[in-house]
Write a protein that binds this ligand. Structure first.
Ligand SMILES: NC(=O)c1ccc[n+]([C@@H]2O[C@H](COP(=O)([O-])OP(=O)(O)OC[C@H]3O[C@@H](n4cnc5c(N)ncnc54)[C@H](OP(=O)(O)O)[C@@H]3O)[C@@H](O)[C@H]2O)c1
Length: 244
């Protein structure tokens, strides 16, 4: 494996991003046999969780769907097939080497309490967006704090990566089959291993991951921001460079 050459920069935040990006490049270069399928716990199997869980099951991973309605999750799992099953949120959290948390933001405080120690050290992909009109006062708090830091506080111990925050769920389900150049998916997180696993799952869902920074940058990953919507990876990098 060739040694990773890192650029030097005076800006510590930028430097951290470069180092993390280099680490991901190194992980991505691992031989294919290291890429064993993952067990993925889907917590919130609604529009986003249902579409992404289905894509990942089709890509060869095993998913466990969970929500507040296990009958619905059982039906969903049966429709997806052999790589899918259903469970409670605690069962999904225990099952997953990585979790997709995709619930209304207002549900996160209770979810954090329900899952408790199961979140400790767990890789969590956070699609959740805070909307005051849907989620109430906690959404204002999260927007002020920044959605990445807020999610990390509400899901203590989890290694959070924000992703899939600002592309419509219907497009997410179709992306893996879409022809042509891949749309970029901005992601933000602080943990190199969680970022690497998220990047792999972003690719398996049909997008090209673009690390835009640490969890602090998570506040830019939601609808209504310059990073929202469909952009090429290069466009996302240019937009991210203008944000702080
Ligand atoms: N819709 C989009 O296009 C889109 C795109 C990007 C990001 N997002 C964000 O992603 C999140 C999910 O969006 P969505 O559109 O998929 O929502 P959704 O269709 O309403 O699904 C939400 C899921 O969360 C479950 N849930 C609610 N409270 C829960 C709790 N306390 N514990 C466990 N599960 C719980 C629901 O279960 P029940 O059905 O049993 O209540 C449902 O399965 C939101 O924060 C949203 O802002 C949405």
């Amino acid at each position: 494996m060739k040694p990773v050459t890192m650029k030097t920069t005076a800006n510590p935040q930028r430097r951290r991003i470069l180092i993390t990006t280099a680490a991901i490049g190194t992980l991505a270069a691992l031989p294919a046999r290291a890429q064993t399928p993952l067990n993925i716990g889907i917590i919130g199997s609604g529009r986003v969780g249902g579409e992404l869980g289905t894509s990942w099951a089709r890509a060869g991973h095993t998913v466990m769907f969970s929500s507040l309605d296990i009958d619905q999750d059982r039906k969903l799992a049966a429709s997806v097939g052999a790589n899918a099953r259903a469970g409670t949120t605690r069962e999904a959290a225990a099952f997953g080497e990585v979790l997709l948390v995709s619930v209304p933001y207002g549900a996160l405080p209770q979810l954090g309490k329900d899952l408790g120690a199961l979140l400790k050290g767990k890789r969590v992909i956070d699609t959740c967006n805070p909307f005051p009109n849907r989620d109430g006062e906690i959404a204002n708090w999260a927007r002020e704090k920044g959605a990445g830091f807020a999610s990390a506080e509400l899901l203590p111990g989890a290694r959070i990566v924000r992703a899939f925050n600002a592309i419509g769920f219907a497009k997410m389900g179709a992306a893996a089959q879409a022809a042509g150049p891949r749309i970029g998916m901005p992601i933000a997180g602080d943990d190199a291993d969680a970022i690497a696993v998220t990047s792999r799952l972003v690719r398996d869902a049909g997008y090209e991951p673009v690390l835009v920074g640490g969890l602090a940058m998570g506040r830019h990953l939601m609808p209504g921001t310059p990073l929202a919507g469909e952009h090429t990876p290069e466009q996302l990098r240019k937009i991210a460079a203008t944000l702080s």
